[in-house]
Design a protein around this ligand. Structure first.
Ligand code: ZN
Length: 297
């Protein structure tokens, strides 16, 4: 009898423990939402602000986004100024003190990794350049361990009763990521040392991870689409280069990169730039699987 009462009490306590511990987490982008979900599992309720079909630099700052932030316990952002054009007004409208920058419920993932190519002296003439460095760091899978650790640490800080749980799911996630990463690296090994052209600087860190060189961006400067004469000049400039592919993100116009790839008779690929951008890219693992499939020679 005593045993039964104990079991019932434990069940009751645990039930209440987890029900109270559920954290409302808002993530700016799909990949961040999935990372939080993979670490937090049933202890978190995750909402994503940006639809994967949008350009992550220019998400429409609708009032409905502020509503989503109103009851959040934690806001997790990409940082590196990627959300600079749309998140600040939404965050002000939400008037939720818990998730403002520098408060306990705010996590900027860019603070956990080293951003490539910082340009502190950039001016307006340089276009929509990100002065803190390239914010598209998620495309280097070597960064994921630090990002996952940072998320687990933050969840544990806000939900102390769940620390052991987060630690375990972090270990599981990390083990699986490392294993998959080796497979991806193996599959893309033939690309090592080769050259590519990209539309925007989105894939700098991916190229670095693969040991590839980005020889040109199709944009004359970040945020400015290429003119026909710019494309002609670029084609001439590439004449001596051994480019093997031209790539771009899914949300952009495709004519420029397609034309360039056709002129050079090289592979042309449109890559999903976030979890949820294609039906196959359901979570971080399937997203990277799809990227690898599309890049593989
Ligand atoms: Zn960018």
């Amino acid at each position: 009898m005593k045993k039964m009462i104990w079991a019932a009490w434990v069940a009751l306590f645990c039930y209440h423990g987890s029900a109270n511990a559920t954290l409302n987490v808002v993530a700016t982008y799909g990949w961040i939402g999935d990372l939080v979900q993979q670490i937090g599992q049933e202890r978190v309720a995750v909402t994503v602000l940006a639809q994967a079909s949008f350009d992550p630099h220019f998400v429409p700052p609708k009032p409905s986004l502020a509503v989503k932030l109103r009851n959040a316990d934690l806001l997790v952002i990409n940082g590196g100024q990627l959300e600079m054009g749309w998140l600040p007004p939404v965050l002000r409208q939400a008037s939720n003190a818990r998730i403002q920058p520098n408060s306990e419920g705010f996590l900027d993932l860019s603070s956990l990794v080293t951003l490539s190519n910082p340009r502190p002296h950039a001016t307006r003439a340089d276009g929509d350049v990100h002065p803190d460095g390239n914010p598209h760091y998620v495309f280097n899978p070597d960064n994921m361990a630090a990002l996952a650790y940072g998320v687990a640490h933050q969840l544990c800080h806000l939900d102390k009763a769940g620390c052991g749980f987060y630690e375990q799911s972090l270990a599981r996630f990390d083990e699986r990521w490392q294993k998959e990463k080796q497979g991806w690296q193996q599959r893309l090994l033939p690309l090592k040392g080769k050259q590519l052209v990209q539309y925007h600087e989105s894939f700098d860190d991916l190229a670095y991870w693969l040991g590839m060189t980005v020889v040109a961006n199709v944009e004359p400067v970040p945020g400015v689409p290429p003119s026909a004469s710019h494309l002609e000049k670029l084609l001439k400039r590439l004449a001596d280069q051994q480019v093997v592919m031209v790539i771009q993100e899914h949300f952009r116009d495709r004519e420029a990169t397609e034309w360039l790839a056709k002129q050079r008779q090289v592979k042309w690929q449109v890559l999903p730039s976030d979890v949820g951008a294609t039906p196959k890219s359901k979570d971080l693992f399937s997203w990277f699987n799809e990227l690898v499939e599309r890049l593989a020679p």
